[in-house]
Design a protein around this ligand. Sequence first.
Ligand SMILES: NC(=O)c1ccc[n+]([C@@H]2O[C@H](COP(=O)([O-])OP(=O)(O)OC[C@H]3O[C@@H](n4cnc5c(N)ncnc54)[C@H](O)[C@@H]3O)[C@@H](O)[C@H]2O)c1
Length: 321
Amino acid sequence: MKVLVTGGAGFIGGVTGRALQAAGHEIAVFDDFSTGHDWACQGMRVYRGDIRDRSALDKAFGEFLPDAAMHFAAKAVVPESVSNPGLYYDVNVVGSLRLLEAMRVAGCRKIVFSSSAAVYGTPAITPIDEESRQHPINPYGRTKKQFEEALEDARPADGLSYACLRYFNACGAAPEWGLGEVREHETHLVPLVIRAAATGKPFTIWGTDYETRDGTCVRDYVDVRDLADAHVLALERLRPGEGGAYNLGSGQGTTVREVVSSVGRVMGKKVPFVDGPRRAGDPASLVASCSKARRYLGWTPGRSLDDSIRAVAEFLRSRGG
Ligand SMILES: NC(=O)c1ccc[n+]([C@@H]2O[C@H](COP(=O)([O-])OP(=O)(O)OC[C@H]3O[C@@H](n4cnc5c(N)ncnc54)[C@H](O)[C@@H]3O)[C@@H](O)[C@H]2O)c1
């Protein structure tokens, strides 16, 4: 298939683009490089543009004539979505609707969308399955939920088929393709802990009195290469007129202290850390039930957290970090 990958210069979109190529698909990247990198899509056909710009989208669809879109492009930093919600609604909702409109005009009827566990908010029960109540607690989560709803409305109206993939905490790297997470302002736990191990500068554990096995927050870390595999499967299994949402996690909860000891073990270094207070809005535990993705997509996440940390360390070494 020919696949237009929005956000293909970013972390998850970059790795998925390579996985699509490895599976025999032809891809083109559409990205404004606001958080993406040229090196992440080297040798690929690239359309440089903003998803809010219909004419840029029309040019890409008109020239490349994709059979499907994979839509990663988004603003994706939760605290920023609280301080600047307008930007999040503009890019994640308005921009995504422009993409949908460009697809409709171009006759492109398949889309795989990067959604998020943030659509659930603070769940009453974990593991969280796809039927759990959706009550996002920040603008970022609300924008993801709104575009999921737009896709479901467009399905019968436009003859669209879609898969919304709700990732939990993406981590890892794909050093075999020279790809990994590089951000100006890192907010994700695994790279922050790895950085603390590498630099010796202490990392703060926010909250140590949660009702979890060691008092720190439990999250579900899923390797970016496993996420990429799920995208390929979701695309290839999409049937006309079908729509669905799938949780993508490892299905296992890991505490912050367990991440710290994994990093220490894999890197053979002591991770300096200090205990800090709770942060507002951090749920104690977020763990995915992934049985729907296993059943319908035939997807089994195979990489452990140690595998992901090893991959990040190798990627950082290859960049001289
Ligand atoms: N990283 C995670 O743990 C996680 C978890 C859940 C969901 N997601 C979702 O996965 C997707 C990819 O996340 P990521 O971690 O790879 O982020 P990223 O920032 O590395 O990638 C996003 C890409 O989109 C591009 N982009 C942003 N705004 C754009 C615009 N207006 N027009 C065109 N391109 C634009 C950026 O330049 C970048 O290349 C996002 O939709 C995010 O919400 C990520």
